[in-house]
Design a protein around this ligand. Structure first.
Ligand code: ADP
Ligand code: MG
Length: 707
């Protein structure tokens, strides 16, 4: 029976339910999925280097037979030793690992047994213990013999693709499966990429590209492969970017055709806006407000992203825009990622809108059911003008009478989907304007990918009168000095945060934070008023603690990272981040943004135990050097990669199968231009291409409505 890209992987020999299950966990169900599972590296095994020809310093691939192998205990770590030979000589190899990774040593002990044939790949050097001998430290390895399947032409005599294993499905099994799939598929495969683009870039067709990306010809340069620069790889990368961008372009076009609500802006409204301002806006705030107000007067709905570093004053700009909507007779929704932040926005709104007659509401799940019900009724009846809340706003029972403006704070914490859900609560024929705010500046590469359907505004100026923050990295054994510093600051009237790394807010982790709180409040800060804040407190308790800290009744707040976003207490001038090595760069920057919000010089202590890893060290040093959010975001992206950088919620957009935003940003720019031009021009193959994108988006991003 002829197979097609849509055939299930179980159509391949050797794939029964067990393997199918492991493949499914990698998102691989069809042959198409399998063929888009690409190697992350290649090995030149056209010819293995004989041991006799190895030279120190060379990166080599050898095929050897295991002579002896076994674990070795060292003082601070464990090691695994191997001696192996081919016909020409003996080579040693060694792996090291910390004690916690015992299982790795156990695994090596089980796999690398005497007599097994193994491929080793790594850098050759002198063996310092055995004069005149060579060794490879920490080589990549692969066992060729040892289970029932014999090695064949996918294994040697060619450039061999190396895949990430999926459970028991090793790189080698992947090679066999993919090879089998390519053999069984028809000679031509339907190619979704528009013909005009082929011609422009001289790309290979889809089948050839897939075949070469997995099993490159012998003449292919390894360096080009490793850099993902061969024509086959480039085509596949381009294809992936193009269809992502095409989906975004279609979405954007659709958004522009939707009926919006053209608001009126007149002098009376300008006056109303001025009335709520407690200070002179910065030039950046004025510019951004104008960009927003211009959009909101247009007949198409606004979709705008407001980027501004922590403390740059985004909230007040959003409130000004809210006035425009409310004065035009519409309702405004503000969605925040945490209850603390929602409550704080609500209180700030109550203060700012005090001179107006607007009716404000708060909706978070922690509120008593009766209160929530009342709020929902008022909202539906049009008796509320401005509703602040968390995800609770997205619940089914929440209906607006006339939703005209949606504000989403700290966008990076929500998914694109949630933004869309809130927008759908508008009237059928009038789509609300949308303003998305984020304090995690988005590096250009990501902006190109994720937010092409949004216009950008940037607040690149801090409000005046901010005292600088001095950031210091200190070891735990210097803690006594830090606590003394806090006592002094409190005596001078200031307040302090002590942040403890509780990432999951699990019971286990919370215990540590709670213990630290008890220890500090009974010892170092015995005479101070200390509070504890974490995510597991009830909404009411959180609120009470935050309020007490806000009013200065609490002098020291021990907290988990729930204070990360948005919390605004200008009198707080010290922050200690314990186990700072456990936080990400952007997160540390966000946390630090809680201080330095008033006129007092502020200090941030990044506290770590004796030893920290290299990446953590780079993060901490970066923070002591700079306070520039854009610079920090750019570095964070490089250190962690885009998926991690944005958090899992956005993963759908960033789970590229072969593309890599950082490596392939040039192709991304081209694909973006081409996709947007394609939508403008609508060439003859437009309709089938749009069909393909729609399907692809549904599968990959679970976002049906692109076109
Ligand atoms: P973020 O952009 O991090 O959300 P906020 O909107 O919370 O920042 O503003 C941070 C602080 O700066 C708030 O206390 C706010 O009242 C104050 N602020 C905002 N704009 C100005 C301004 N133009 N002049 C003085 N203070 C300002
Ligand atoms: Mg904010």
């Amino acid at each position: 029976m002829a197979l097609s890209l849509a055939s299930p992987v179980t159509a391949l020999p050797g794939v029964a339910s067990e393997r199918a299950r492991h493949l499914r966990q990698k998102g691989i169900e069809t042959l198409e999925d399998l063929l888009y599972y690409f190697p992350f590296r290649y090995e030149n095994r056209i010819r293995f280097t004989p041991i006799a020809e190895l030279r120190p310093g060379q990166v080599a691939c050898v095929q050897v037979e295991v002579l002896t192998a076994g674990p070795l205990r060292l003082r601070r770590q464990q090691a695994f030793n191997l001696a192996a030979s081919d016909q020409t000589g003996i080579l040693y190899a060694k792996w090291f690992t910390g004690y916690r990774k015992r299982f790795f040593i156990d695994y090596l002990t089980r796999t690398l047994r005497r007599g097994r044939r193994v491929v080793l790949y790594g850098k050759v050097e002198h063996d310092s213990y055995r004069p005149g001998q060579l060794q490879i430290l920490q080589p990549q390895y692969e066992v060729l013999s040892g289970d029932r399947e014999p090695a064949d032409s996918t294994e040697s005599g060619r450039i061999v693709p190396i895949y990430e294993a999926a459970g028991p499905i090793s790189s080698r099994i992947f090679r066999r499966l993919i090879y089998a799939a390519l053999e069984r598929l028809p000679a031509t495969l339907p190619d979704p990429l528009p013909a005009s683009l082929f011609a422009r870039y001289g790309f290979p067709d889809r089948r050839a590209a897939l075949a070469q990306a997995h099993f490159p010809g012998r003449e292919t340069e390894l360096a080009a492969l490793e850099a993902f620069r061969t024509p086959a790889q480039q085509r596949l990368i381009y294809e992936e970017f193009f269809f992502l961008q095409l989906g975004l372009a279609l979405k954007r076009r659709r958004a522009r055709q939707l009926p919006g609500i053209p608001f009126q802006l007149n002098d009376a409204i300008r006056e109303a806006i001025k009335k709520i301002l407690p200070f002179h806006p910065t030039a950046a705030q004025k510019r951004v407000l104008k960009e927003i107000a211009d959009d909101m007067q247009k007949p198409a709905p606004m979709n705008r992203l407001l980027q501004g570093d922590v403390g740059s004053g985004k909230t007040i700009v959003a409130f000004e825009a809210a006035i425009l909507a409310i004065e035009n007779g519409y309702q405004v929704a503000l969605m925040a990622p945490t209850e603390i932040l929602a409550a704080q926005h609500f209180l700030y709104a109550c203060r700012r809108f005090a001179p107006t007659r607007y009716r404000l509401g708060l909706l978070v799940s922690a509120l008593p059911a009766g209160e929530k019900k009342q709020t929902r009724e008022d909202l539906a009846a049009g008796d509320l003008d401005f509703l602040v809340g968390t995800h609770a706003l997205l619940e089914k029972g929440v209906r607006f009478a006339r939703l005209g403006f949606v504000i989403v704070d700290e966008q990076h914490r929500f998914g694109v989907l949630q933004r869309l859900e809130l927008i759908r609560k508008g009237l059928a024929q009038q789509h609300p304007h949308v303003l998305v705010m984020t304090a995690t500046p988005i590096p250009r590469t990501l902006a190109l990918t994720l937010y092409t359907d949004l216009e950008m505004s940037i607040l690149d100026e801090m409000p005046p009168g901010r005292a600088p923050i001095e950031t210091r990295w200190v070891q735990e054994d210097a803690a006594a000095g830090v606590w003394e510093f806090i006592r002094k600051q409190v005596r001078a009237g200031r307040q302090a945060y002590i942040v403890y790394p509780v990432i999951e807010e699990s019971k286990q982790e919370l215990k540590a934070a709670t213990r630290e709180y008890e220890r500090l409040s009974q010892n170092e800060f015995k005479k101070l008023r200390v509070g504890l804040l974490h995510g597991r407190l009830s909404g009411e308790e959180k609120e009470r603690v935050m309020q007490a800290f806000h009013r200065g009744q609490l002098q020291v707040l021990v907290s988990t990272s729930v204070v990360e976003v948005g919390v605004d207490v200008p009198n707080a001038s010290v922050m200690v981040i314990e186990h700072a090595e456990r936080f990400g760069l952007s997160q540390l920057h966000q946390l630090r943004g809680r201080i330095g919000r008033g006129p007092h010089p502020s200090a941030c202590f990044l506290m770590t135990p004796g030893e920290v890893g290299e990446v953590a060290r780079e993060r901490l040093q970066t923070l002591t050097r700079t306070q520039d959010g854009f610079q920090i975001a750019e570095l964070d992206l490089q250190l962690r990669g885009p998926g991690e950088f944005l958090g899992t919620r956005q993963h759908g957009f960033l789970n590229f199968r072969i593309a890599n935003l950082l490596r392939d940003h040039e192709l991304l720019s081209r694909a973006k231009q081409d996709a947007f031009a394609y939508v403008e021009e609508q060439p003859p193959d437009f309709a089938p291409t749009v069909d393909y994108v729609r399907q692809l988006w549904q599968q990959r991003y679970r976002l049906g409505e692109v076109a």
